[in-house]
Write a protein that binds this ligand. Structure first.
Ligand code: ADP
Ligand code: MG
Length: 260
C-alpha cells in the first residue's frame, strides 16, 4: 500500500532518517519498533507530510505522494493521529468528533448562508456518526465529558475515533501505549484489530510495549539510526543479531524491551 524508498530527513548536519526503505502491506497491522532516537517519529512525519524529506520517495497505492501536505494526504485516507489540540480540550468528546475536518461541509461561509437546511441535515448525520464511533470504541459513556478531562488512554481512543469520522484507509499511530494503563491499552488494541478486520483499516503502530506489539502486529519492522534493520514476526525480530545489538547499544535497560 505504501512504499518508502531511500527516505532521508536531515536536521542540520544530522540524519534522523537515513535512507529508510520499507513496504507497508495493505490490510496489515505493521509494528514499528526501535530504540529511542531511531527515527521512527520522523519517518512517520515525513510519510504523513508533516516534514519535507531531504531525499527519497513515498508512494501510496502506486501514486507518488512524496512531500504532499497533510490535508491532501488526509483526503486520500492517509492519517497520522495527533494529540487533541489544546483549543479542543474544553469541548466535549462528541463535539471533538464532530469537528473533524472533512467530516462536514458546514464550515464555509457560503454553506452557512445558503444551505441552512442541508447543514442541519448534515449536523444530524454527523451526530449519528459520532455516536456510532463512540459506541464502536465503547466510550459512549464519555460523550459529554470535556476532552481535557480524559485519561491518557481515553484520549488515545478519541484520537482513534477522529480517524473514523472520515474514510481513513491507513492510519499511523505513534506510541499508542505511552502513559496508558493495561486495561485501556487492551481496549485500544481491540479497537485497532476490529477497525482492521471490520473496516479494512491498514495500520502502522509505533510502540515500546512488546507484549502489545506481539499481540496485534504482523509484520514488525525494526529501525535503528535512521535505517531499517530487520522485518519479520516479532519472534524473528527478537532473534535478529543486529536488532539485539541496536538495543544493547542504547543501554542495558532497553535490553528487556526486546526480550533479548
Ligand atoms: P524515535 O521516534 O525513533 O525515538 P525521532 O524520530 O523522534 O526518533 O528522532 C530521531 C533523531 O532525530 C533523534 O536523535 C532526535 O533528537 C532527532 N530529531 C528529531 N526531530 C528533530 C528536529 N526537529 N530537529 C533536530 N533533531 C531532531
Ligand atoms: Mg518517537
Amino acid at each position: 500500500m505504501i512504499t518508502v524508498e531511500g527516505l532521508a530527513k536531515q536536521f542540520g548536519g544530522f540524519r534522523a532518517v537515513d535512507g529508510a526503505t520499507l513496504t507497508i502491506e495493505q490490510g496489515a497491522i505493521t509494528g514499528l519498533i526501535g530504540p529511542n532516537g531511531a527515527g521512527k517519529t520522523t519517518l512517520f512525519n515525513v510519510i504523513a507530510g508533516v516534514l519535507e524529506p531531504t531525499a527519497g520517495r513515498v508512494t501510496m497505492l502506486g501514486e507518488d505522494i512524496t512531500g504532499l501536505p497533510p490535508h491532501t494526504l488526509f483526503h486520500k485516507g492517509l492519517l497520522r493521529t495527533f494529540q487533541i489540540a489544546h483549543e479542543f480540550s474544553s469541548m466535549t468528546v462528541r463535539e471533538n468528533l464532530m469537528m473533524v475536518p472533512g467530516a462536514q461541509s458546514g464550515e464555509t461561509l457560503w454553506n452557512t448562508w445558503f444551505h441552512r437546511g442541508r447543514i442541519a441535515q448534515e449536523e444530524s448525520e454527523l451526530l449519528k456518526k459520532a455516536d456510532e464511533v463512540l459506541d464502536f470504541l465503547t466510550i459512549d459513556h464519555l460523550k459529554d465529558e470535556r476532552a481535557g478531562n480524559l485519561s491518557g488512554g481515553q484520549k488515545k481512543l478519541l484520537e482513534l475515533g477522529r480517524t473514523m469520522m472520515v474514510d481513513a484507509k491507513i492510519v499511523f499511530l505513534d506510541e499508542v501505549g505511552a502513559g496508558v494503563n493495561r486495561t485501556l491499552l487492551n481496549t485500544i488494541g481491540d479497537a485497532i484489530v476490529r477497525l482492521n478486520k471490520e473496516r479494512d483499516y491498514t495500520f502502522v503502530v509505533i510502540e515500546h510495549d512488546m507484549d502489545f506489539i506481539g499481540r496485534i502486529c504482523d509484520p514488525v519492522i525494526c529501525m535503528a539510526e535512521g535505517k531499517v534493520l530487520a522485518e519479520g514476526t516479532l519472534d524473528e525480530i527478537k532473534a535478529n543479531e543486529q536488532v539485539i545489538e541496536a538495543y544493547l547499544g542504547t543501554g542495558l535497560k532497553n535490553k528487556d524491551k526486546v526480550g533479548a
